[in-house]
Design a protein around this ligand. Structure first.
Ligand code: HXC
Length: 517
């Protein structure tokens, strides 16, 4: 006996009603603004025909302010699991066309269920944020809902990768769920994120500002450092999400998606010998080095526009996924300042949590000097890098390309901080400080008494450079694994990474250490 036709018709009607979201008018309004709907975003993210929705028929149970008469399809959020490039991913996509995508208790329940799923099944979580925030009519229930989401963001942290796309408004405390995820991708079209908007700021402090200044993708990518990727629009945000996921494991129990069947690169690349300028004071673009050592020149940079003095990115070397932390001498001479320390430390901790080997490319003159840096707490912030590297148990390879001075030499993962391999190019200068500073301190009296101070200074600096500003003193002391020609870099790193993949380092159990926050 086939199932009754009326039952199937009812199901079809209910599906149609729920999927109609907030109605065609509201959908058209979004499209006009260049934004996709919540469902279109999910459809573009997930491999065709693989999305399994959860809670399509969920409705709110609020009876305040006439809400009992208001139908909110799916309570304003689409949740479920689907495949991204064949791997299961948990998704929550807020629907602005339905009650402004606001979060009430049922909306929160749908999200927390999918987060619990992600934890239990070990799938990455992608949360697409597009919401007016806490649903005012539901009062403290909506705040409580946010609390439950935050709680799970923290629970998931280090278990599965969490990616937040900011694709619409994200105001007030709502911004803290994205802030508790690993990567924030924000669109330039229609997205904003702030704790209090310009009006509240004006009323509370008298300061004038625009929404763009405090809450746009550009502001967060360049000034606040709150986000990791800027997307031109929704489609771009989804493309970034997929690309990012292609470098990440689904959870902390898995290895990242290495391609171990790739051939190990055993040939040399003489063009790398050309990168270091003859004049050791001239900057060079470290991205050129990364491009030459990653497979197909392909890498994805995280926080490209923030703290540009340090580069963090994912790429593959002979098939092995690695996280790079690299000084960029062409910005602030590659010195480590507060923002660079925060950026690098966060990235190192992410790599460690998800079994991603770390490669450090070093050309660092030191920590950034300055009153602002000292008062801003460079000691505390710089310590985050020392802490993150020392705590990281994944394979750690350091390549010293040029300068590696003082505390910054240590902070870029010297062998003392547990680097498994430290390679140095012959241009490496590993010392307490550069020749200029060192000569002033070591030969202050001699310089004052010299007939020709300039000549004497030059002579002392050359002597110093010959003795200390080379990789060989460190190599003699066993602090450098090998001094290599730049052209050999990819071969050396490829072999070392393959050798180190089996690294399993365990530490004594403890509740947790204290990051210098
Ligand atoms: C209930 C809300 C709402 C809210 C928007 N809506 N925000 N309903 N609670 N917080 C509803 C509107 O009434 C409208 O319903 C629909 O969503 C679309 O909103 P519009 O204002 O018409 O859209 P637009 O002009 O595009 O403006 C979007 C907006 C604005 C910028 C998001 O709505 C706004 O400023 N909302 C308030 C944002 C806010 O302050 N939220 C609270 C933040 S504090 P209809 O029925 O007409 O479609 C917070 C605390 C979290 O979230 C704490 C966690 C710890």
């Amino acid at each position: 006996m086939p199932i009754k036709k009326e039952l199937l018709d009812t199901l079809k009607d209910k599906r149609k009603k729920a999927k109609a979201a907030g109605g065609q008018d509201k959908i058209d309004k979004r499209h006009k603004k260049g934004q996709l709907t919540a469902r279109e975003r999910v459809e573009r993210l997930i491999d065709p025909n693989t999305f399994q929705e959860q809670g399509l028929y969920v409705e709110h149970d609020c009876h305040e302010f006439g809400m009992e008469k208001k139908y909110l399809a799916g309570d304003g959020v689409i949740c479920g699991m689907g495949h991204v490039d064949g791997r299961p991913v948990s998704v929550a996509s807020q629907d602005f066309t339905v009650g402004g995508g606001t979060l009430g208790s049922k909306h929160a329940q749908k999200i927390t269920r999918i987060m619990d799923n992600a934890a239990e099944l070990g799938t990455p979580l992608v949360a697409i944020n597009d919401s007016g925030g806490a649903r005012i009519q539901e009062g403290v229930s909506s705040l409580s809902g946010y609390g439950q989401v935050f709680y799970r963001n923290v629970y998931l942290s280090g278990l599965v990768p969490q990616i937040a796309i900011i694709a619409g408004p994200c105001a007030g405390g709502a911004a803290y769920s994205p802030a508790l995820t690993d990567f924030l991708i924000m669109t330039k079209t229609g997205a904003s994120m702030y704790i209090t908007g310009p009006e509240v700021i004006k009323a509370a402090t008298g300061e004038e500002c625009t929404k763009e200044e405090i809450g746009s993708a550009t502001a967060h990518a360049t000034v606040s450092g709150n986000i990791h990727f800027v997307a031109e629009n929704d489609d771009h945000a989804i493309a970034i999400t997929k690309r990012l996921l292609s470098f990440l494991p689904s959870n902390n129990m898995q290895d990242p998606p290495h391609r171990l069947n790739e051939e190990i690169a055993l040939t040399s690349d003489p063009s790398i010998n050309e990168i270091i300028p003859k004049d050791f004071k001239r900057p060079f673009d470290t991205k050129l080095v990364i491009e030459k050592i990653v497979d197909d020149g392909d890498f994805i940079e995280v926080q490209e526009y923030f703290a540009k003095n340090i580069i963090v990115c994912f790429g593959r070397i002979s098939g092995i996924v690695v996280g790079f932390i690299a000084n960029q001498s062409s910005f602030k001479a590659g010195s480590i300042d507060i923002d660079a320390s925060d950026k690098a430390a966060r990235f190192i901790r992410f790599c460690n949590a998800f079994n991603i080997p770390i490669v450090n490319l070093v050309d660092v003159p030191g920590f950034m000097p300055g009153k602002q840096q000292e008062s801003g707490g460079i000691i505390r912030h710089g310590a985050k890098m020392l802490s993150a590297y020392s705590a990281a148990t994944v394979p750690k390879i350091t390549l010293i390309m040029r300068k590696a001075y003082g505390g910054a030499y240590l902070a870029m993962c010297s062998s003392d901080l547990g680097a498994d391999r430290v390679y140095a190019w012959p241009s490496a200068e590993i010392a307490v400080m550069g020749a200029e500073g060192a000569v002033n301190i070591l030969y202050g009296k001699e310089l004052k008494g010299a007939d020709n101070e300039q000549e004497a200074r030059k002579k002392y600096q050359e002597e110093y450079r010959d003795r200390f500003a080379s990789p060989y003193q460190a190599a003699r002391l066993g602090l450098v694994t090998d001094v290599i020609e730049p052209s050999e870099t990819k071969r050396v790193l490829s072999l070392a990474l393959h050798n180190l993949l089996g690294k399993r380092l365990t530490r004594p159990p403890k509740k947790h250490g204290l990051i210098p926050l």
